[in-house]
Design a protein around this ligand. Structure first.
Ligand SMILES: Cc1cc2nc3c(=O)[nH]c(=O)nc-3n(C[C@H](O)[C@H](O)[C@H](O)COP(=O)(O)OP(=O)(O)OC[C@H]3O[C@@H](n4cnc5c(N)ncnc54)[C@H](O)[C@@H]3O)c2cc1C
Length: 332
């Protein structure tokens, strides 16, 4: 059942029609629990709040799989405005970007050109830019782009996904680069990725420990307290300097734990997504933790005095989702 639910939400996250409609509907469905609004101003406000509590941030202007140069260029401009604002506001944060938002599916050199414009300004402001890792279809290209950019920039890094069999090999090759370790968020074939959670978790620990013993900075990005606790013990045992790594979690997830880690003196960084293109991201988060749906549905469908809201957006999406779900289930 867990897999059916996961596949259902991943299916929705990739649904072009729903993604486009969600942009038109505007911000709803309880997405504000996980997404800090749609504008640069709204996300900077969220950063300032977290900075006050000793938490730094990484910002993601939501959007992916863009096939139109005008849209890719608009995304680049918004990211540059974001960089200017981070600098002006002296906010403690860096950027996370997705190459398919910046034209990777249009033309690799065009995407590299957009990244260069972003990295030139980020370098000037001393801001780090992390390239998020997307699905396996874009994996080799992402690493190729990173290799090209690293020849001229040292403020760029990427992500290693522990569900991939080749994660360790790629991580070793990138041992001098700042990396984020994650489990992996996409539905990948068993030919390239471990299908079972235990193997993915075990690989995560193996990769994170290896990185912690190395020299480059590592972001340990997980909400999994078993992994976090084991790594906390590991850094203690091995006397690993706290400046060599940070913990990262997504905005809106395990807030108590985020603050606890920061209060314990660990570097902590919250990944904050924002922007109009929230639907795919939001559905992937529901895929990971369908329990969130109960909370969100209650917030979205009911008013505070427990009356059913009649918002056409919410009801429409609930119906489309239910239809897609049952159709999907029947096929299995
Ligand atoms: C900062 C950040 C950046 C990321 N960047 C990328 C990227 O570039 N590419 C990519 O593919 N993926 C990325 N991801 C997503 C990642 O790959 C996983 O899909 C996602 O983090 C879920 O895995 P997990 O490690 O958090 O733990 P899970 O395997 O989802 O959870 C493990 C256990 O932790 C506990 N738990 C988890 N969440 C909660 C909660 N909210 N409340 C209570 N208990 C909880 C539960 O006991 C659960 O069984 C990123 C994740 C983070 C945190």
């Amino acid at each position: 059942m867990a897999n059916v639910t996961r596949d259902f939400f991943i299916g929705l996250s990739n649904n072009q029609f729903l993604n486009t409609q969600a942009k038109k509907w505007g911000f709803s469905l309880g997405a504000d629990k996980f997404v800090a609004g749609t504008t640069v101003e709204s996300v900077i406000k969220a950063v300032k709040e977290l900075n006050k509590q000793g938490i730094s941030c990484t910002l993601d202007n939501l959007g992916e799989f863009i096939s139109d140069k005008t849209e890719a260029s608009e995304a680049k401009e918004k990211i540059i405005t974001l960089l200017d604002t981070i600098h002006k506001e002296n906010a403690d944060c860096h950027l996370s970007v997705k190459l398919t938002q910046l034209g990777l599916d249009i033309d690799q050199d065009y995407c590299i050109g957009n990244m260069r414009e972003i990295l030139d300004i980020a370098k000037q402001y001393d801001i780090f830019v992390n390239i998020d890792m997307e699905d396996y279809l874009h994996y080799d290209q992402t690493l190729e782009v990173l290799d090209v950019l690293r020849q001229d920039y040292n403020n760029v890094g990427t992500v290693i996904q522990s569900y991939l069999y080749r994660a360790e090999e790629d991580m070793e090759r990138l041992k001098d680069v700042r990396l984020r370790i994650v489990k992996g968020a996409y539905k990948e074939s068993e030919e390239v990725a471990y299908p079972d959670k235990l193997a993915i978790d075990r690989n995560f620990l193996k990769l994170a420990k290896r990185r912690l013993l190395g020299d480059a900075f590592t972001s340990i990005a997980t909400h999994d307290h078993h992994i976090i606790n084991e790594l906390k013990a590991f850094v203690d045992e091995n006397n690993i300097d706290k400046d060599k790594y940070e913990f990262q979690m997504l905005y809106g997830f395990r807030n108590d734990m985020q603050h606890k880690l920061a209060n314990e003196g660990y570097h902590f960084c919250t990944y904050i997504p924002f922007g109009d293109d929230w639907f795919g991201y939001f559905m992937r988060r529901l895929a990971e933790r369908p329990q969130n749906m109960n909370l969100i549905l209650k917030d979205s469908l009911y008013t505070e005095d427990d009356k059913l809201k009649k918002g056409p957006i919410v009801v429409g999406v609930a119906m489309v989702s239910a239809a897609a779900f049952w159709r999907n289930k029947k096929r299995k």
